[in-house]
Design a protein around this ligand. Structure first.
Ligand code: HEC
Length: 179
């Protein structure tokens, strides 16, 4: 009887150790977060952190296309930065090409640099159906150079200034409507 218990214990130990060994070789590195794809479709729950996760880890924006016709570190104006690099996701790129306004799901990520080419901030516009109908449904976010959230949501400062180009769907960089 005792012997059986011993055998069982040893077996349990062996199984545990091998499970640990397998884990050490293949640690489960999948992010412990809720599914961002679905969150992003329901922005009222979402926040700058969710968008940040989406654009840096889930679909890294530096792998996206740049704004058509704009290269890296092109000249910008106040308040954003002396030099800018602007990335667009596929939906945004398609919308810019079609020229009928930015479609639901469009994301624009703009890196803002000073004259010494030092990154100072990252600003984002993200179009989400029904998020903010009076502001063309844009979700706004601003991160510092380490991606801490400085501003997010229906940010009045952003909306106030970009509202001057409301006819162009709040976009300054190029014409996206009226084609
Ligand atoms: C005082 C005006 C002003 C304010 C305030 C402002 N922007 Fe902009 N933004 C611009 C201008 C002008 C451009 C075009 C690029 C350039 O010349 O700097 C621009 C470009 C952008 C772009 C690239 C897409 C586009 O619209 O052309 C994004 C993204 C953006 N801004 C996000 C933001 C966010 C987020 C905020 C608030 C935290 C903000 N902006 C506040 C004037 C402003």
């Amino acid at each position: 009887m005792k012997r059986n218990v011993m055998i069982l214990l040893i077996a349990a130990l062996v199984i545990t150790m091998s499970a640990l060994a397998v884990y050490a070789v293949h640690p489960d590195t999948s992010p412990k977060v809720f599914p961002y794809e679905s969150v992003l479709k329901h922005i009222p729950w979402a926040a700058g952190g969710d968008v940040r996760y989406h654009i840096t880890i889930h679909k890294p924006y530096r792998e996206w296309a740049k704004w058509p016709g704009k290269g890296e570190l092109y000249k910008g104006t106040e308040p954003h930065g002396a030099l800018l690099t602007t990335y667009v996701n596929e939906t945004a790129l398609g919308s810019i090409t079609k020229g009928k306004g930015m479609e639901d799901g469009s994301i624009i990520v703009k890196e803002n640099y000073d004259t010494n080419k030092k990154l100072t901030a990252v600003t984002v516009m993200y179009k989400v159906k029904d998020y903010n109908p009076s502001g063309n449904d844009w979700f706004w976010a601003k991160y510092d150079d380490k991606f801490n959230i400085l501003d997010e949501g229906k940010v009045n400062a952003c909306i106030g200034c970009h509202g001057k180009v409301k006819d162009n769907d709040y976009i300054y960089t190029g014409k996206v409507t009226g084609k």
